[in-house]
Design a protein around this ligand. Structure first.
Ligand code: NDP
Length: 249
């Protein structure tokens, strides 16, 4: 398959790594369907990509809604005829200590970070099976490999994504020719830290040494995603951990 004709859905495309990935894939001839809740951001990015000669569309989507995710997949097939790549990138990280009992934020993380990924897989699964090809790329995190004080719920969601993706690898690759890639970034400079409402978190992160890390740029992660996509069909990059060189955690 010529990757220049591929079609990718990217959730969480309105900022950070999702937006950087949408731009880079479009620059490389991949048609992108961008999804998130903030329409103004998606519209702006669509305009920017089209002005640069790329192919991009968007659909306002809440990944916690199965109906929205089904509609996203249908819209993509209607617009571009197929779905080759599903990038489940949308996520939130309202870190907090257990003692704060921010139970609503725990619920929200489970809904966005775990259910959102599962709904993304469910929305494209039948289509990929019918075509006997596809590529699912899920976002975990360093927090999906380790845990630190205040990261329990976030880490649990990202561990879940890692395990689910490994489970998909064991079933979907051999039986349905669907590639699965897990990407686990270290610290990346994005808006993600804006989801934190517990004001004791930032001093706690500094104690872990975060001030000394030169954070990655979202484009660094977009590059790794393009690399995984560009491999020949018989090669799957199953997992990538990408940290800033200066990150000790
Ligand atoms: P950003 O906050 O910049 O981007 C998060 C994206 O998720 C936004 O586009 C946001 O769009 C979208 N989103 C959030 N909730 C929903 C929802 N309910 N429905 C649809 N879209 C939603 O952060 P990042 O780029 O950093 O995050 C991307 C992924 O990378 C996340 O899964 C995150 O956990 C993971 N990650 C981030 C790291 C970092 O250091 N930044 C490190 C490791 C992993 P909108 O608000 O418009 O809906």
């Amino acid at each position: 398959m010529n990757h220049n004709q591929k079609v990718a859905i990217i959730t969480g495309a309105s900022s950070g790594m999702g937006a950087a990935t949408a731009k880079l894939l479009a620059q490389n001839g991949i048609k992108v369907m961008m999804a998130a809740r903030r329409e103004d951001r998606l519209q702006q990015l669509q305009d920017e990509i089209r002005a640069a000669g790329g192919e991009a569309s968007y659909k306002v989507t809440d990944v916690t809604s199965r109906t929205d995710m089904e509609a996203l997949a249908s819209e993509t097939i209607k617009t571009y005829g197929q779905i080759d790549i599903m990038i489940n990138n949308a996520g939130i990280m309202p870190l907090s200590f257990f003692s704060k009992l921010k139970v609503d934020e725990w619920d929200r993380m489970i809904d966005v970070n775990i259910k959102g990924v599962l709904y993304g897989v469910a929305a494209v699964y039948k289509h990929m099976v019918e075509r006997n090809e596809g590529h699912i790329i899920n976002f975990s995190s360093i927090a999906g490999h380790i845990i630190f004080p205040s990261s329990s719920i976030y880490s649990a969601t990202k561990h879940a994504v890692r395990i689910l993706t490994e489970g998909m690898r064991t079933e979907l690759g051999a039986d349905q020719n669907i590639r699965t890639t897990l990407i686990s970034p270290g610290a990346v400079e994005t808006e993600l830290y804006g989801t934190i409402t517990d004001d004791t978190i930032f001093p706690a992160l500094e104690k872990l040494g975060s001030a000394g890390w030169k954070q990655l740029d979202p484009s660094d992660i977009a590059n790794t995603i393009l690399f995984a996509i560009q491999q020949p069909a018989h090669v799957t990059i199953n997992e990538m951990i990408v940290r800033p060189t200066s990150q000790s955690l």
